[in-house]
Design a protein around this ligand. Sequence first.
Ligand code: NAD
Length: 246
Amino acid sequence: MDKRVALVTGGSRGIGRAIAIALGQDGLFVVVNYTSNEGAAAETLAKIKEAGGDGALARFDVADAAAVDAAVKQIGTEHGRLDVLVNNAGIAIDGLLMRTKKEDWQRTLDVNLSGAFHCCKAASRYLLKAKDGRIINISSVVGEQGNAGQVSYAAAKAGLIGITRTLARELASRAVTVNCVAPGFIETDMTAAHVQGDNREALLKQIPLGRIGAAEDVAEAVRFLVSPKASYITGQVVRVNGGLLM
Ligand code: NAD
């Protein structure tokens, strides 16, 4: 494979889909990970191809360490390399502390935080051999600021910043850069319930740029961090939030 190979977790829709398309446009071979919605993942791949790119699908749950390991090994075997890992897969199970069930706390951490850990660990053996190895972790404004009703999600997204800064140090000697992109409010399925009606008006008042973000706004930041132009940026949290948090 002459092209750089990227793995985008949770690439079937939303921000992950926009990232997968952007990287495909930039000439990377994009492996689109998904869990259940094969049709949506195939649509992402079709859009990558429409944009002149290429890629493949990989079905696995990022919370399942053995499944991640097997899938990453398969990518390595089939394509001979893995240059870029985008840990985008995420879930939010909201609730105030007193109402947060232990199993919801655990699942949120398993997907958002342990999922990224499993993928970083499995991919590292290939990233270390890459010329421009990259890890991008999709954190959140909530990981930096906290948010009432999102204790598990905030803990996981803050943890991703810890993973990012640690791996930035561990992998720097092999020129692998590791960064976080921390979106604010982005219009996707995840936020659909939060950005309606009165809630939307209240949110817009907090965002200096006066609009909810689009998945493409996040994808553009990832596109840059993945590019060779960003080779001197590592261990950073790049905020894409319309000024919500400065
Ligand atoms: P989304 O719900 O549309 O997409 C999440 C994706 O992750 C889906 O494709 C889903 O299938 C996948 N996924 C969930 N669990 C998975 C698992 N166990 N294994 C593999 N894939 C799994 O939401 P989105 O808004 O596109 O979110 C993408 C990322 O951006 C998430 O990490 C989210 O936390 C983060 N984020 C979103 C916003 C926002 O406002 N939308 C803000 C900050 C951060």
